[in-house]
Design a protein around this ligand. Structure first.
Ligand code: PEP
Length: 255
């Protein structure tokens, strides 16, 4: 079996003051122990206006900085949007695309998600591509079909040689910010199905190298059990990423 280096992401969403974001970044920088940082990739996704300060704080640390969103066009009349090169200039190394709040609160389509994935990879950034079913879809037995569909549409046109820069985040919508977590068995089953979908898109070798994170109310108390799944290669953390001790405990659980 391949060894996939675990990847833990912290999605700070639309939270924190500038000072608090800087302090949280400093606490993570100082708290990631040497033994852990050798075994886990860590990316934090601060709010757009905090990116520069957080990137500055984390300069030289092993923690990568990602943006929660970006636009796919290089420049021009796109009021309110942020280009990938603007992000790169700040030291931002990756972009979160397809988060359920972007899909379901802001109305982003699979086609827009795909444009963003393609543009981010073209610009040399890493991508965390989030997918996941709604409660009603799970109850109708459509979990694996929904995930496979979002995956295929999100990755359309991405060549195999760029797949190594993609982390997939499986985030059941009903588990995000709700305190409800998928059971470790349900999470592993969904992850295994996502990997089978990757195999059919890219073949076994490429699929075996892709990290698949679980996201949805992951906390220090449940991270170990969730991360034990053979196809669970990390986590994307929302609420528990806002407390350095909680987030660092999850990072340690992945190491
Ligand atoms: C998320 O927003 O990606 C997430 C998983 O949030 P939470 O951990 O708060 O459920």
């Amino acid at each position: 079996t391949p060894t996939r280096r675990p990847h833990i992401g912290g999605n700070w969403k639309m939270n924190l003051t500038l000072d608090a974001a800087r302090s949280l970044a400093a606490a993570l920088r100082d708290g990631v122990a040497g033994a852990t940082q050798d075994r886990v990739d860590v990316t934090v996704f601060p709010a757009m206006p905090h990116l520069a300060a957080v990137a500055d704080t984390l300069k030289g640390s092993p923690i990568a900085v990602g943006a929660q969103n970006a636009y796919f066009q290089p420049d021009g009349a796109f009021t309110g949007e942020t280009s990938l090169s603007m992000l790169s200039d700040l030291g931002v190394a990756s972009v979160l695309v397809g988060h359920s709040e972007r899909r379901h609160v802001l109305g982003e389509s699979d086609a827009l998600v795909n444009e963003k994935v393609l543009a981010a990879l073209e610009a040399g950034l890493d991508v965390t591509l989030a997918i996941g079913e709604k409660l009603e879809q799970r109850e109708n037995g459509r979990t694996d079909a929904v995930n496979a569909g979002q995956l295929a549409l999100g990755l359309a046109g991405v060549p195999a040689e760029r797949l190594a820069r993609v982390t997939v985040a499986y985030e059941p919508v009903w588990a995000i910010g709700t305190g409800r977590t998928a059971s470790p068995e349900d999470a592993q089953a969904a992850h295994a199905a996502i990997r089978r979908a990757l195999v059919s898109l890219y073949g076994a070798d490429a699929a075996a190298g892709v990290r698949i994170q679980y996201g949805g109310s992951m906390k220090p108390g449940n991270a170990g059990d969730l991360l034990a799944g053979a196809d669970v290669d990390g986590g994307l953390i929302g609420g528990a990423a806002l407390q350095s001790t909680d987030f660092l405990a999850i990072v340690s659980a992945a190491a």
